[in-house]
Design a protein around this ligand. Structure first.
Ligand SMILES: *Cc1c(COP(=O)(O)O)cnc(C)c1O
Length: 408
């Protein structure tokens, strides 16, 4: 039998059924008329941000990397909780505006920004996190042509990475950011061109569960920021320290000790060098803020036995929840937290695999795990579905269509 990932805190059973904030899953499915369905909890979003704020220095801004969950009602909630949104396309920028986020609170990173995207950001006064010298020149030319002042920051490709991170985004040759040693020259070019110099964006990795690794990376990030600011010869207005705080998805994963990260950062902030004394700092997080606040519900449409193994075949699958199938940034497939939602908390009675309805062997939602006996009509819940679910899965693959989404 293979283990399942840990179910996040905050879920309860009502009448033997999984409930979210007092709503039984069968009632939520009835409200949506159909499965599969993503459900996100407003209360959990609020609690998560509040807990993080309590752990972090007051001076630290918290930004939301909206690619983790761009569902409009979630963006509406997040816009009232965080200090800024990080977007990665003009499309996301438009969605952030629709959620009421003011342009001054938005930064736009991502390689391959088109001229139309640069122009839109400059027009609205959104900060551009520049990914290259070429992009900087295009932004400056567009600003000159439009008679506007571009607000420009440089995304740095640091010469270190976040140890133990699920996705390395810095260190060595990368399509992201400007190599650290070339940053001072580019910053001086921006300042001389009379653009608004916003500062640095240093993102070293994602999905790390070790507080020590994150503390070490934040220390290196602050050292690098200080060194670059000194070489640039101008104060650093802003410094985005990146993110990287992960969530437990798999058996054995433990939650990150954010209190330890906050304490270490507080100590570093108390001893900043002069060049960083007036700098405004923030971190940018996606999955940590929203991942555990969402579940994906799918209904069992068939129960079958093959060579003695039980398969629970659902109406959902990797076309909505690619990450749970193990095909989104993981090397070895391991089980997400998964439960029979209509028998939540019931004892394990059998070993079964939960699969999706796509005609591909990749479409596994839980492999050879222990479950209470489930049958056709039962609902299955995949946890940790609040980030990189609906928007990060190939919904058009095989024509089953998108999932419903709901905020409660
Ligand atoms: C994807 C991304 C994030 C968010 O990553 P999470 O692991 O969801 O926290 C933050 N910043 C940048 C630059 C990213 O590309």
């Amino acid at each position: 039998m293979k283990a399942l990932g840990p179910i996040p805190a905050g879920f309860a059973a009502i009448d033997g059924e999984l409930a979210i904030d007092g709503h039984k899953v069968s009632d939520l499915v009835e409200r949506a008329h159909e499965t599969p369905l993503f459900v996100y909890s407003r209360r959990m979003l609020m609690e998560k941000v509040a807990q993080l704020r309590a752990a972090m220095p007051q001076r630290l801004g918290i930004h939301f990397a909206m690619k983790a969950n761009p569902f409009a009602p979630v963006l509406d909630v997040m816009s009232n909780l965080v200090d800024g949104f990080d977007v990665a396309s003009a499309g996301e920028m438009t969605m952030a505006f629709a959620a009421g986020v003011s342009p001054q609170k938005i930064s736009f990173a991502g390689p391959g920004k088109r001229d139309s995207e640069l122009a839109a950001a400059i027009h609205h006064g959104v900060t551009l996190n520049l990914e290259s010298e070429g992009e900087a020149e295009r932004a400056l030319a567009i600003a000159a042509r439009e008679g506007r002042t571009a607000r420009l920051a440089i995304r740095v490709n640091p010469d270190f990475d976040l140890k133990g991170s699920g996705m390395k985004m810095g260190g060595g040759a990368k399509p992201f950011g400007v190599d650290a040693e070339r940053v001072p020259a580019l910053a001086r070019r921006i300042i001389e061109a009379a653009a608004e110099w916003h500062g640095l964006h240093i993102f070293a990795g994602s999905q790390a569960l070790s507080a020590d690794a994150i503390i070490e990376t934040q220390g290196q990030t602050l050292d690098l920021a200080a060194r670059l600011a000194t070489e640039i010869g101008a104060p650093l207005p802003h410094c985005n320290l990146g993110g990287g705080i992960g969530i437990p998805y798999f058996p054995g994963d433990e939650p990150v000790d954010v209190a330890a990260i906050g304490a270490a950062l507080e100590a570093r902030f108390a001893a900043l060098p002069d060049v960083l004394r007036d700098t405004r700092f923030n971190i940018e997080l996606g999955r940590y803020l929203v991942g555990e606040a969402g579940i994906y519900l799918t209904r069992i449409v068939d129960r079958k036995i093959s060579h003695g193994e039980v398969f629970l075949v659902t109406d959902g699958g990797l076309h909505h929840q690619l990450a749970a199938s193990g095909n989104f940034g993981t090397v070895v497939r391991r089980n997400y937290p998964v439960a029979i939602a209509t028998r939540f908390g019931a004892p394990v009675e059998e070993e079964a695999s939960v699969v999706g309805c796509l005609c591909t062997p990749m479409d596994k939602l839980a492999e050879k795990a222990g479950f209470p006996r489930a049958d056709v009509g039962d609902l299955v819940a995949i946890f940790c579905a609040g980030a990189y679910g609906a928007s990060a899965s190939p919904a058009a693959f095989l024509g089953h269509g998108p999932a419903h989404e709901m905020l409660v």
